[in-house]
Design a protein around this ligand. Structure first.
Ligand SMILES: *[C@@H]1O[C@H](CO)[C@@H](O)[C@H](O)[C@H]1NC(C)=O
Length: 233
């Protein structure tokens, strides 16, 4: 797979580092699961809906990292619709003050709102990689509380806003968020240096634990709402 590299001059206003390089994550083990999934917009409601935003330059709407997250999530929560945020994922989004493409933020936000409105019984999940992680920060922190309350968990990888936002999503419960940042990932400390650490996320250490975190939070939310309703007893 190709490297997508861009060198740009950082303006003081953007306070951006001088180089942004992102590339597609090489999948391990010949993964043939799809890099595009639009299961909510095309297929409707499921028990759980994951809205995932891919990293810069990643293919289709999920990317190679996102498809691995989707694959592992479906193993533990089969009744899940996965929806990739089909934003452009260009390099420029990283350099905006928000850290993610503005049109993509709008798309992500609209997807959460639409899923919440159309699927009143679905538990919502968020996920993102790299610029797509920044996108989730911007989307989730600004959602109405009624929709935030429907989100069981948000799982982020190689989060370009990890440092800036203090390892959490602002205005959203910290215990619902899991950020996977390799110690040597050059974006997690506030820079935008895409190095080996940024590209070293894998199933065993990251995607399976991420799926298991989401499942735990979904189970807890479903258990709580049925206990509250009391109708099933
Ligand atoms: C994603 O957007 C691109 C560009 O607008 C479009 O060509 C493509 O069909 C879209 N994919 C999906 C799955 O909606």
């Amino acid at each position: 797979m190709k490297y997508l590299a861009l060198t740009c001059l950082a303006s003081v206003a953007l306070a951006a580092p001088s180089m942004v390089i992102e590339r597609r994550q090489a999948p391990a083990g010949g993964d043939t699961s799809p890099t595009t999934l639009s299961e909510f917009t095309k297929g409707g409601c499921k028990g759980t809906i994951l809205i995932f935003s891919r990293g810069t330059g990643e293919p289709s709407n999920l990317g190679l990292l996102g498809r691995a997250v989707a694959r592992e999530l479906k193993k533990v929560l089969p009744d899940t619709a996965v929806e990739g945020v089909n934003y452009s994922a260009g390099v420029g989004g990283n350099l905006t003050p928000q850290g993610a493409d503005a049109a993509g933020i709008k798309m992500g936000s609209d997807l959460f709102k639409s899923a919440a409105a159309k699927c009143p019984n679905a538990v919502l999940l968020g996920g993102g990689y790299s610029q797509g992680a920044a996108l989730q920060h911007r989307v989730v922190e600004a959602l109405p509380k009624s929709i935030q309350d429907r989100i069981a968990a948000v799982v982020l990888y190689g989060d370009t806003k990890n440092k800036q936002d203090g390892g959490k999503i602002k205005n959203f419960p910290a215990d619902k968020v899991k950020i996977f940042c390799n110690a040597n990932d050059g974006v997690c400390g506030g820079g935008l240096s895409v190095n080996a650490g940024h590209l070293a996320y894998n199933a065993e250490t990251h995607f399976i634990p991420g799926a298991s975190f989401m499942k735990g939070k979904v189970d807890a939310m479903v258990g709580k709402s049925s206990a509250k309703g009391g109708a099933s007893e």
